[in-house]
Design a protein around this ligand. Sequence first.
Ligand code: FEO
Length: 171
Amino acid sequence: MLKKKMLKALNDQINAEMYSSYLYLAMEAYFQSISLKGFAAWMRVQVQEEMMHGMKFYDFVNERGGKVTLEAIAKPETSWNSPLAVFEAVLKHEEHVTSLINDLVDLAIGEKDHATNNFLQWFVSEQVEEEASAGEIVEKLKLIKGDTSGLFMMDAELGKRVFTMPAPAAE
Ligand code: FEO
């Protein structure tokens, strides 16, 4: 059974993951609006991943006998000046999410909630990947400095990304 404080924090995280999904959907719309379809496709995968993160928390709360409480999802930012500005925002957002996950781990440890701590470790690893992939794209975009042919090459590369559900063993 989840303690009250832990339940509230996990419900807040469902909202944070849903907000992430919504933010990346806004970024996808930005890329659609400037016809960078590959960047848009990469972002769609990100939207699905965040939804999956939110659902992992949702399922976990239910599994532990807690009541999921859904709150309003905040309006995301909707315009950026460049693809680089978008990915700098992604990186900043993922760093923020990492701090949220770390706070949840701290709380689980403080509450001696080993099951939640164990569950959260998947997210600790996931955040390393999330920050690394956003950081890599930021660096590439800085290298090409808005050069059109470089941008189109990146568009083709990013468009190859596909969403894969994590294996049950990793859940
Ligand atoms: Fe759910 Fe991108 O962290």
